[in-house]
Design a protein around this ligand. Structure first.
Ligand SMILES: Cc1ncc(COP(=O)(O)O)c(C=O)c1O
Length: 402
């Protein structure tokens, strides 16, 4: 049978939860980042020149030479024991943890999806920072959850606003990124963490604490997660990832939790992907055992810090009066709110035309978006490239001056 020439091409019917999502915001970011004529500050893309390629190669070689048959075989949904032990060792610096409390994931993104599938019913409310990490919003919303943004200030989520939102919306859980947050780069000070923990304990709402950036500190100071505060370990799922510390391509992260939820997370993980790649898990375990990850992260952070300095210095003079910009003490992102009269989404085409891209901030808000905001990642380019591109961005901002 032949298709009549006038017939419309077959279109696969898609689930309502993915309708209208033909292009995800992240896909658009990666497309922008790939254009050679554009300096992109849009993605949170580590500088590949800083990858520990020799060490990673040596660890893969060792695994294939010594554990080859096992590395190429199916594994267990919980994750390979060696990796869970190494993960537990790292987490235990702040919060006593053993290997049985770790669930390995293929990056934190899968962790968010796994826990959303395991914990959320359609219609459940998840309280998030305003703004928050957009792909977490996506992982939760495809499971039917309703995201509600809670007000933040320079120290992160505001405890009183959180408590009020809990009383009003009865959320299933709260999702926070307390350290070097994506997208703002902000960090929640210790007193604020304590106040937030008190609210969560008092109202009995579980916490999902996402911490992929915490080790990327520019000052040497690191923050213990909220999960490490008294009484919070049992009511928090803490997510860590190797993506920003070692390599995003390897796709290894983990969740730390306590109690019966660990079994549910393992069942959900098995339903979604059986297990994470065994060869990659064993390579990361070997890396954590034999290579000084902290020394590597310190080297990377020193480079990122110079780039943060370059971007902070370059952007301040080109922002309009009344604009607000963060100066992160770690991580990858700087967040600028241009203020009334500016629409960063509308300005983007002109910026790309001028050879510079950023991520418009509106997509990071669950509700009540501030459209004058933009996220700029400072980690991918050298200070000279940053200075030049931010100057061009400045011309675009000036041309859009309200
Ligand atoms: C806050 C946050 N959570 C999770 C992720 C997912 O990272 P990965 O899946 O590479 O670990 C990212 C990546 O940018 C992130 O910024």
């Amino acid at each position: 049978m032949t298709t009549p020439p006038s017939a419309a091409p077959f279109r696969f019917p898609v689930a309502a939860r993915y309708a209208g999502m033909e292009s995800s915001p992240l896909k658009d970011i990666f497309a922008l980042a790939a254009r050679e004529d554009v300096v992109s500050f849009a993605g949170g893309i580590p500088d590949p020149e800083l990858f520990a390629l020799e060490d990673v190669t040596a660890c893969y070689d060792w695994v294939l030479a010594h554990q080859g048959h096992r590395a190429l075989q199916y594994g267990v949904s919980e994750g390979e024991l060696e990796l869970r032990e190494q993960a537990a060792r790292r987490v235990s610096r702040d919060l006593p943890t053993d290997a049985s409390q770790i669930r390995v994931t293929s990056g934190s993104q899968e962790g968010l999806f796994v826990l959303a599938q395991a914990l959320l019913e359609p219609g459940d409310v998840v309280l998030v920072e305003s703004p928050t990490y957009l792909a977490a919003v996506q992982a939760f919303s495809v499971h039917g959850a309703r995201m509600i943004g809670v007000d933040t200030d320079d120290d992160g989520v505001i405890p009183e606003a959180l408590e009020e939102a809990i009383r009003t919306h009865h959320p299933r859980m709260v999702y926070l990124i307390p350290t070097f947050q994506n997208p703002t780069g902000r960090t929640m000070p210790v007193e604020r963490r304590q106040a937030v923990a008190e609210v969560l304990a008092r109202t009995d709402v579980p916490l999902v604490e996402d911490d992929p950036y915490g080790a990327l500190s520019f000052t040497g100071h690191t923050w213990a997660p909220i999960a490490a505060l008294p009484g919070m370990g049992e009511r928090t799922i803490l997510l860590n990832s190797m993506s920003k510390l070692m390599s995003p391509g390897v796709r290894i992260g983990w969740m730390r939790a306590e109690g019966p939820v660990l079994d549910t997370l393992a069942v959900a993980k098995a339903a979604i992907s059986m297990q994470s790649s065994v060869v990659d898990q064993l390579m990361v375990a070997r890396y954590l055992e034999t290579v000084d990850l902290d020394a590597h992260v310190a080297r990377v952070s020193a480079v990122y810090r110079e780039r943060r300095d370059a971007m902070s210095a370059a952007i301040a003079p080109v922002l309009p009066a009344g604009a607000h910009v963060t100066r992160p003490e770690g991580g990858m992102f700087l967040w600028a709110a241009l203020g009334e009269g500016y629409d960063a989404q509308e300005m983007l085409a002109a910026a790309v035309e001028a050879g510079v891209a950023y991520l418009p901030g509106w997509s990071f808000f669950a509700d009540h978006a501030d459209r004058s905001t933009m996220r700029l990642s400072f980690v991918t380019h050298s200070p000279a490239v940053i200075e030049d591109a931010v100057a061009r961005l400045g011309e675009v901002i000036a041309a859009h001056r309200a």
